[in-house]
Design a protein around this ligand. Structure first.
Ligand SMILES: [Zn+2]
Length: 101
């Protein structure tokens, strides 16, 4: 590996225009950040029913675990409502506590 083969970073220094181009932001690790939107807020539901299995299943893993907020992008308020609904659904037998593969 020779260091000369590396491409120099091309960075357009267009300052002063005031217009920001919409580009996906990259972290130092090279991953693309995407703005997560709380799907439950965007749907404007006033609550989640524990009997609404199709909706609850979207927030569960294959094994039946609840997907964390950092992954789904839910807001804290909705996540609390969601978790309560999932736990109720499990107790009522709508969802499984764990799925054995
Ligand atoms: Zn929300």
């Amino acid at each position: 590996m020779d260091s000369n083969s590396r491409k120099p970073k091309t960075r357009s220094n267009s300052t002063g225009s005031g217009f920001k181009k919409r580009e996906p932001r990259h972290s130092s690790a090279g991953r693309v950040f995407r703005k997560k939107v709380c799907r439950l807020c965007s749907e404007r539901l006033d609550g989640i029913d524990y009997k609404d299995r199709d909706r609850l299943v979207r927030y569960l893993t294959e094994k039946g675990k609840i997907i964390p907020r950092r992954t789904t992008g839910n807001c804290a308020k909705c996540q609390r409502v969601l978790v309560r609904a999932i736990k109720r659904a499990r107790h009522a037998g709508v969802l499984a506590f764990q799925v054995e593969i």
